[in-house]
Design a protein around this ligand. Structure first.
Ligand SMILES: Nc1ncnc2c1ncn2[C@@H]1O[C@H](COP(=O)(O)OP(=O)(O)OP(=O)(O)O)[C@@H](O)[C@H]1O
Ligand SMILES: Nc1nc2c(ncn2[C@@H]2O[C@H](COP(=O)(O)O)[C@@H](O)[C@H]2O)c(=O)[nH]1
Length: 183
């Protein structure tokens, strides 16, 4: 399974779309209590849920991991683990999944400059207060020092999304060959 991790608006979602459409990876849809953004759809971008429903998922042990980011719950349900899957998680999520499945997890850190991230959040019409919170805290939250495992680091400032997805795909296939003993 590939995990994409990176600061808000670093481009994880856009890169993942190329991985799904061009390379046929499967999306592991995660669950959140945050408000839907314009253009987001329940069951496609996230399973959007209430805090009460999220707490029930925790109590029933239906989550592989969960975290709180900017006062909202985010969690990865066991039922949403997919073969050939790609999941987008914060560093807490990455570390929890790595602790459980280390050998088969491929972690890609997506980096982008603060200027690019800020502009993209404005263009995405994110809530202004949220933009400021994320911009002021993300460099610390997503510092690579906090990640237990990083297999690949990519930079997405002006880069073509196709090239970034191809880089991830090729390196992940190499990783799979190694862990399957073919290299
Ligand atoms: N290489 C790129 N070229 C042009 N636009 C980009 C590029 N990468 C991302 N964007 C734009 O930046 C915005 C944020 O990208 P995206 O939603 O993929 O970020 P994200 O890392 O998934 O963010 P978040 O964690 O906040 O959900 C999107 O509107 C997207 O279209
Ligand atoms: N630990 C987890 N982190 C998750 C999960 N789903 C998403 N995320 C991360 O949350 C932040 C914020 O996402 P946004 O869509 O509100 O911008 C981002 O870093 C995601 O990677 C999850 O299930 N578990």
């Amino acid at each position: 399974m590939i995990i994409l991790v990176g600061a808000s608006a670093s481009g994880k979602t856009e890169i993942s779309k190329v991985l799904f459409n061009k390379y046929h990876y499967k999306k592991c849809i995660t669950t959140t209590t945050r408000e839907k953004r314009i253009n987001e759809k329940d069951g496609i971008d996230y399973h959007f849920t209430s805090s009460d429903q999220f707490i029930t998922l925790i109590e029933k042990e239906e989550l592989v991991e969960y975290t709180v980011y900017q006062n909202n719950y985010y969690g990865f349900q066991k039922k949403d683990i997919m073969e050939n899957g790609v999941v987008i998680l914060d560093p807490n999520g990455v570390n929890n999944v790595v602790k459980q499945f280390r050998e088969i997890i491929y972690v890609v850190l997506v980096e982008a400059s603060k200027e690019h991230r800020f502009t993209r959040m404005i263009q995405r019409k994110d809530d202004f207060e949220q933009i400021h919170k994320r911009i002021s805290t993300d460099d610390q939250i997503f510092d690579k020092e906090h990640l237990l495992k990083i297999d690949l680091i990519i930079t997405n400032n002006q880069e073509a999304l196709d090239d970034l997805a191809s880089q991830i795909h090729e390196n992940y296939q190499l990783f799979l060959s190694k862990i399957n003993g073919k290299l």
